[in-house]
Design a binder for this molecule. Structure first.
Ligand code: ASP
Length: 439
């Protein structure tokens, strides 16, 4: 039995008064839901603006010496209309005025962007009658801007433990000197996970606008199956390769504390969503859990006879990348050849320099850089120790006429990555999906 649930609601769940009502209904439907982390109001309809984007626009205009009053008026109206429609007693106008002034006074992009969540949290707390706890008091960053996990956990535990109910805005925290600092975009997922850990929740519910994870991108595969259960490790592999539902850094606080996360749909609370757990048995009917992928990678191939016996060869190749500030993604090697996969954008500006430096450092027989590669990751805890998975996967790619440029399988046997030319990306994902999922 789970006794305490921490919840987080994404931007579309907070977009207008109607969505606030849904959020309240969801929270009150289960008394175990006692802590809530809201995002800033997101898009209400196609083409609408997110409040966070408007706030960044205010900052940009300020820096260009332009007036941000019109943009700020649009932001203020979002909050005022919610308060009006919900007939709240709480007057948000003094807060809005303070934010409007501070944007110019502080000139801080992080302060400015964070006010989307701050103001939303104020309204939600007033609407629910729950206590508002400013995230600046409990989410801590060190002077260099790194998230201070244990310090945060201590502050958050101490502040939240005596409370029965609280609203904590997502996305931001503070530096030791009290200045506001934000996580990267989508960071309210992390704030929700921090609160879940601090209050010792039995479950972290992440409410969003999709029914959970799907086995593949619905823009590529028609009606992909939903994923009902996923492990944190699988989630890491899938989100790293571009399945954007949950911020990848949000995994750490909850995983560490052994708290499962459930991705739920605010617009369809009857659906069970995707449950993310630390350990789970593999599903009996399908060895793979999901397929994710991305385009825009480059393949750097280096060949040299007897490379395998040359001490320090790999280190020197990576040194050339490091000197140019490039981090690599994958490193499949052969006996006389070594491949390094990097993102196109990471190497674009320094490709000639990197190649020259590698030539200098390892004197290869040949070196070749090909961009326009797509990576497809097939992930599944059921793949471990299951003979024939690779055979089915490569058989399906061959039957679809897809040439595989690179293969990488981690020792976890949980993720098989293939590199294909970008034009074959969609074909490859569909072929793999059809090979494993019986309709
Ligand atoms: N409001 C922030 C963003 O748009 C953070 C979040 O929604 O998680 O990125």
């Amino acid at each position: 039995m789970r006794n305490l649930i921490a919840t987080k609601f994404g931007g579309t769940s907070m977009a207008d008064a109607g969505q606030f009502r849904r959020v309240k209904n969801i929270l009150l439907a289960d008394p175990r839901r006692r802590f809530v982390v809201p995002s800033a109001p997101g898009r209400r309809f196609e083409g609408d603006a997110k409040v966070t984007d408007l706030l960044y626009e205010c900052h940009r205009k300020l820096m260009l010496g332009e007036s941000y009053e019109d943009t700020f008026a649009r932001i203020a109206e979002r909050y005022l209309s919610i308060a009006r429609e919900l007939e709240l007693d709480y007057d948000i106008r003094p807060e809005l005025e303070e934010v409007r002034r501070n944007i110019a006074l502080l000139k801080s992009p992080d302060y400015t962007a964070s006010r989307g969540e701050y103001l939303c949290g104020r309204l939600l707390a007033a609407y629910l009658g729950w206590e508002f706890v400013d995230a600046a008091e409990i989410v801590r960053f060190d002077r260099q801007g790194s998230f201070a996990a244990e310090w945060t956990n201590d502050c958050a535990r101490e502040r939240l433990a005596p409370l029965t109910h609280a609203v904590v805005p997502g996305f931001y925290g503070s530096f030791p000197n009290g200045e506001i600092h934000t996580f990267s975009r989508g960071g309210s997922d992390i704030s929700g996970a921090i609160v879940a850990r601090a209050v010792g929740a039995d479950l972290y519910e992440n409410w969003t606008d999709v029914p959970g994870f799907l086995m593949a991108d619905p823009r590529v595969v028609q009606d992909p199956r939903p994923i009902h259960e996923l492990t944190y490790r699988e989630l890491r592999e899938l989100s790293y390769m571009g399945a954007p539902v949950f911020h990848e850094d949000a995994i750490f606080p909850v995983r560490k504390a052994g708290i499962p996360t459930c991705i739920r749909d605010t617009n369809d609370p009857s659906a069970s969503g995707t449950l993310i757990v630390d350990r789970a048995d593999a599903p009996a009917d399908c060895p793979i859990t999901g397929i994710a992928g991305q385009k825009h990678f480059s393949l750097l191939s280096i060949e040299k006879t007897m490379m395998n016996s040359e001490l320090g060869f790999g280190r020197r190749v990576l040194q050339a990348l490091e000197e140019n500030g490039i981090s690599f993604e994958h490193l499949p090697t052969g006996i006389d050849s070594m491949c390094v996969i990097v993102r196109d954008e990471a190497i674009a500006a320094s490709r000639d320099r990197v190649i020259e430096r590698i030539k200098e450092l390892v004197r290869p027989d040949s070196i070749d850089l090909v961009s326009g590669l797509a990576l497809v990751a097939t992930v599944g805890r059921g793949m471990k120790g299951a003979p024939g998975v690779a055979a089915s996967l490569f058989g399906a790619l061959a039957a679809a006429g897809v040439n595989v440029r690179m293969i990488d399988q981690g020792s976890s046997e949980m993720n098989l990555i293939v590199g294909v030319v970008e034009e074959d990306f969609e074909k490859a994902v569909r072929a793999i999906y059809d090979a494993f999922v019986t309709k």
